[in-house]
Design a protein around this ligand. Structure first.
Ligand SMILES: NC(=O)c1ccc[n+]([C@@H]2O[C@H](COP(=O)([O-])OP(=O)(O)OC[C@H]3O[C@@H](n4cnc5c(N)ncnc54)[C@H](O)[C@@H]3O)[C@@H](O)[C@H]2O)c1
Ligand SMILES: [Zn+2]
Length: 358
């Protein structure tokens, strides 16, 4: 990992010492510090931050209600106004303490308030730790279109504290694991094998040792970070991170109107569909496909029979994806477990058939 970016990511208890030093060195008064939380992270995570950095009790706390539906421009304006009223200036620092919704919105606000202020991410969900706060892009929703507005903006520090996972709901943990499976599938077969082992252990015991969590989260961050470093603006290689997301996003939008499914579940099912497509166009072996399908179905099964009309609807959703070029749906597809190609074009009939295969 690039030295500069490596210094930016700090782990567990010792991270708070470095955060304290950073803040003391970089602000002249605690009144220049703003902490963005939602009602849940205020209750479960803010006390931990105060435990390590007592002086932050005198900073400004900005609280919003939890929920993806809050991730929009109106909430961002509200946050900007609150920083403005509390006399935020170019020297202010925004600390985002929460899941992907908080780090996305906080990162976006930091990038636009007074044309950009410094910010620090402290992700408190598994998805936030391994994905949303790594990669340095943030997105907010425009109506029902996910992440349609956003910016690329790098935090000054990224603090990963595994202890926050203790209060996170199981379903959030399992959903976050889906992106970690993805890292194994696109880049590292051994990590895929480890994820298979430890996810089963988690299901059995409803917890994992801190040492194991540290390993899994660090490894995920390193895999994503290495990809992002090579292609920060998503012109090429970074697209492999979209594996499972082309169909995953379509499933997420489709089920939004029925019974909302979590992002991780949609992506896991997207990965099964897209692995089947990879197999059908002779990229992936049948053996690898079967292994992926059985592993992911065990954790993320959604039993639903799509009608032809519904498949057409989802196909339409995919055609509107902002990542497409020349009206062609662009896929990232597997060559084998641990290796992925991007910019793959697939016939419409194979895409549609992937929905009938379940
Ligand atoms: N910018 C990116 O590159 C990127 C990548 C992936 C996902 N995302 C975005 O991230 C968002 C999803 O993130 P998420 O899954 O973290 O959702 P979230 O922020 O809504 O968090 C999920 C729930 O967990 C609660 N929570 C957070 N930390 C907790 C803790 N420690 N204990 C108990 N409860 C806690 C939250 O209040 C919320 O109710 C989506 O909006 C997605 O678009 C962004
Ligand atoms: Zn995702």
């Amino acid at each position: 990992m690039n030295e500069k970016l490596k210094n930016l990511i700090l782990f567990n208890e010792e991270a708070y010492d470095k955060l304290k030093k950073y803040l003391i060195y970089n602000v002249s008064s605690v009144k220049e510090i703003f902490i963005l939380v939602d009602n849940i992270t205020k209750k479960y995570c803010l006390p931990t931050l105060f435990k390590y950095l007592f002086f932050l009790k005198k900073s400004h706390i900005i609280q919003i209600n939890t929920g993806e539906e809050k991730k929009n421009i109106y909430t961002c304006i509200k946050i900007c106004k609150e920083i403005e009223i509390k006399k935020g200036n170019r020297e202010s620092i925004l600390i985002n303490l929460g899941g992907g919704v908080i780090t996305d919105m906080g990162g976006f606000v930091a990038s636009i308030f007074k044309r950009g202020i410094r910010f620090i991410n402290i992700p408190t969900t598994l998805l936030g730790m391994v994905d949303a706060s790594v990669g340095y892009k943030n997105g907010i929703n425009l109506g029902s279109i996910k992440n349609e507005i956003g910016s690329f903006y790098i935090p000054k520090l990224l603090i990963i504290d595994i202890n926050f996972l203790k209060t996170l709901h199981d379903k959030e943990v399992i959903s976050g694991m889906s992106e970690m499976f993805k890292y194994g599938l696109i880049k590292d077969k051994n990590f895929w094998i480890d994820m298979k082992k430890y996810s089963l252990l988690y299901i059995k015991n409803k917890k994992l040792d801190k040492k194991i969590w540290n390993y899994l989260v660090k490894k995920s961050i390193i895999i994503k970070q290495k990809i992002v470093e090579k292609d920060p603006k998503e012109n090429g290689l970074r697209k492999i991170l979209n594996f499972g997301h082309t169909i995953g996003h379509a499933l997420e939008s489709f089920f939004m109107k029925k019974k909302k499914i979590m992002h991780g579940i949609a992506v896991a099912n997207g990965m099964i569909h897209e692995s089947w497509i990879s197999y059908k166009i002779d990229k992936l072996s049948n053996l690898d496909y079967k292994e992926i399908k059985s592993t992911l179905l065990y954790l993320y099964s959604i039993t639903y029979k799509f009608s032809n009309k519904e498949i057409e609807k989802m196909f339409e959703i995919m055609q509107y994806d902002k990542k497409n070029k020349n009206n062609k749906i662009q896929f990232s597809l597997l060559n084998k477990i641990g290796n992925c190609s991007y910019n793959c074009i697939v016939s419409n009939s194979i895409i549609k058939k992937s929905f009938l295969n379940f």
